[in-house]
Design a protein around this ligand. Structure first.
Ligand SMILES: Cc1cc2nc3c(=O)[nH]c(=O)nc-3n(C[C@H](O)[C@H](O)[C@H](O)COP(=O)(O)O)c2cc1C
Length: 195
């Protein structure tokens, strides 16, 4: 039996990304769970930000931001960036995070994050509680620790964090399948077992 609940944004798991904005001198970070991918070519994403957030106006003015993926090691910093405002504190300095220059956008990347996605805003859609910043991913940086000799990325090794109804969970290296495994041919299964 299932109970019916009041309609709410009860989607899970969600990402816990650290979104950096501003420039190398004046920068900020806020934590975002309401984000996702909306197009593959060009690669496009969105972040939904409340109008009251300090980051909201910075991103609206500059039209760019960086998505930094969060690892277990960064989880406390990620939580802090989601409860303290850049109006009152320089979160980069307070947390001892390193600002790293991107290739295209002025917003600094977080050097300690395993993946940085430089994003340029293409459209802002206003909703009653949040503004949705739709953006193109214009450059991607991945720590070479997670790239093998064939150039494949191993996200399983990153120990990323997911937001699951108010709590943070590790995405540890316990693979339970892969894209398309439900219909793989016995030949493919054999080849993969050999690896
Ligand atoms: C796990 C987590 C997820 C969050 N997701 C969002 C979000 O999707 N959108 C949003 O506007 N605020 C979100 N917040 C709240 C902001 O990160 C928080 O209000 C932050 O202090 C704003 O920082 P700023 O004022 O420096 O921009 C989230 C906070 C946490 C801890």
């Amino acid at each position: 039996m299932k109970i019916s609940s009041k309609p709410g944004p009860l989607m899970a798991p969600l990402p816990t990304i650290m979104v950096s904005s501003g420039d190398m001198e004046n920068s900020n970070i806020l934590t975002i769970a309401w984000s996702g991918i909306i197009n593959s070519d060009p690669p496009m994403t969105y972040v939904s930000i409340k109008k009251s957030r300090f980051s909201h106006d910075i991103i609206e003015k500059n039209g760019e931001f960086v998505i930094n993926l969060t690892t277990t090691e960064l989880a406390k910093a990620m939580d802090f960036c989601g409860v303290k405002s850049g109006r009152d504190i320089d979160k980069f300095s307070h947390l001892g995070l390193t600002r790293e220059e991107g290739d295209i956008v002025k917003a600094p990347m977080i050097a300690e994050a395993p993946v940085n996605l430089e994003c340029k805003v293409t459209e802002i859609k206003s909703f009653p509680s949040h503004d949705m910043f739709i953006a193109e991913i214009v450059a991607v940086h991945i720590d070479d620790k997670y790239v093998d000799e064939k150039g494949a990325y191993d996200y399983g090794k990153m120990d990323l964090v997911a937001f699951n109804h108010g709590k943070y969970y590790r995405l540890r290296r316990e693979e339970i399948g892969f894209f398309g495994y439900s219909i793989m041919k016995p030949k493919t299964a054999k080849r993969r077992r050999k690896k």
